[in-house]
Design a protein around this ligand. Structure first.
Ligand code: FES
Ligand SMILES: [Fe+2]
Length: 390
């Protein structure tokens, strides 16, 4: 099944014209100036604390795909920047999010990563919670003493399911409105992609000694394809050619595959560009969705709850229809193995070393982001604006 490329605002012919011109002239979309960044932004513990509060405590991020907890009473445990979170599908089909901590003396409530339970029992003293987070069981209540059970449910976090994704704001005091956060154009894009009907075929993660912005940056630029990925992806993609368009506060970058050469002579109005590009949607603050011709890859970058120089990257392979046959599974398994190998062997080692290199006593304090690294520039402009800098 082919996934069409969705452009709620703007025409495919315009996109084709711009792409063809860039490929023919070896040019790319450009930011107005070179950007300088203080490297301390990737290492500063105080800034990391502020980001967890002022970014991840305010804005919705993706915590899971809906098919990771498909049925009522299914749960999924995951580490977000401020809290370890328990997502639970309710009897009525909605999803709720809770901080994974028992209200008695603070034990970690659920250890398993996924499963299905009608009651969550703490293994320390056996307090039990219903799937809606309310406290149901206190063993030996006569000896424990009088407390109001109704006030001792699990701490809830704002949670909303939209476009087949479970979004959470990692702060109990916050509110959530995913449609408003996405904005009308991105919301419409995801609706047209029918993301809500996709299946999460495979998930993977990397826990790395890398700042979350360092790693996010690595998946925004198309400048490094020819060098870092010389033995793999560079055969299939043009390096340093990217078309960037803002989509509200988020963005879309289109990168041509080398196969586009075959259609350069076709009229832009009818040229089938969707087969020859990857569209990378950058969602503030921490997600990239790669729309490939027949599937999606969802990449999320999660700051470590206590360290500025650690993060977790999660990868999800989303496919338009469930893989029912052996043949389909073989195809997606191969796709997954290649993706993970490229990430592990080419991107991770390099960025681990980069983070370490920045810690040199006399490493340059100013990092440079080129005019061609236009998506990175947008990411940092948004961060600056959000954190009240510049
Ligand atoms: S800490 Fe959970 S029951 Fe005591
Ligand atoms: Fe890369």
């Amino acid at each position: 099944m082919r996934v069409d490329i969705e452009l709620p605002n703007g025409s495919k012919a315009d996109l084709a014209k711009r792409l063809f011109a860039h490929v023919e002239n070896s040019t790319t979309d450009l930011a107005p100036d070179v950007l300088e960044i203080d490297s301390w932004e990737y290492r500063d513990p105080e800034l990391a604390r502020r980001e967890r509060r002022e970014i991840f405590g305010r804005f919705p991020i993706v915590a899971a795909h809906s098919t990771e907890l498909p049925r009522p009473f299914d749960f999924h445990r995951t580490q977000l920047p401020n809290n370890e979170v328990l997502l639970v599908r309710q009897q009525d089909g909605t999803v709720r999010a809770f901080v994974n901590v028992c209200r008695h003396r603070g034990a970690r409530l659920v250890e398993d990563e996924t499963g299905s339970r009608k009651q969550f029992s703490c293994r320390y003293h056996g307090w039990g919670y219903r799937p809606d987070g309310s406290l149901k069981v206190i063993p030996a209540p006569g000896t424990f003493g009088g407390i109001d059970k109704d006030c001792r449910g699990l701490v809830g976090l704002p949670c909303e399911e939209r476009h087949g994704l479970v979004w959470v704001v990692d702060n109990p005091e916050a509110e959530i409105d995913v449609a408003a956060w996405l904005g009308p154009e991105m919301d419409e894009t995801l609706r047209r992609y029918r993301l809500a009907d996709t299946h999460c075929y495979q998930t993977g993660s990397f826990d790395e000694p890398i700042n979350w912005k360092t790693l996010t940056d690595a998946f925004l630029d198309a400048y490094h394809i020819a060098t870092t990925h010389v033995g793999s992806v560079a055969q299939y993609f043009y390096s340093n050619i990217q078309l960037y368009d803002p989509v509200g506060r988020h963005g879309r970058a289109v990168t041509p595959r080398r196969s586009i050469d075959k259609i350069l002579h076709e009229p832009p109005e009818t040229a089938p560009i969707e087969e020859h590009v990857t569209a990378g949607y950058s969602f503030m603050p921490n997600m990239v969705m790669l729309r490939q011709p027949d599937h999606f890859q969802l990449l999320t970058f999660l700051p470590h709850p206590r360290s500025a120089e650690r993060c977790r990257m999660e990868i999800r392979l989303l496919i338009p229809e469930p893989a029912d046959t052996e043949e389909q599974r073989t195809l997606w398994d191969k796709n997954w193995r290649i993706l993970m190998a490229v990430l592990r062997d080419e991107d991770m080692g390099l960025n681990r070393d980069l983070q370490m290199a920045m810690g040199n006593e006399n490493a340059p304090r100013t990092l440079l982001v080129g005019r061609n690294e236009v998506v990175n520039q947008r990411f940092h402009a948004w961060l600056d604006e959000t954190m009240g800098r510049g």
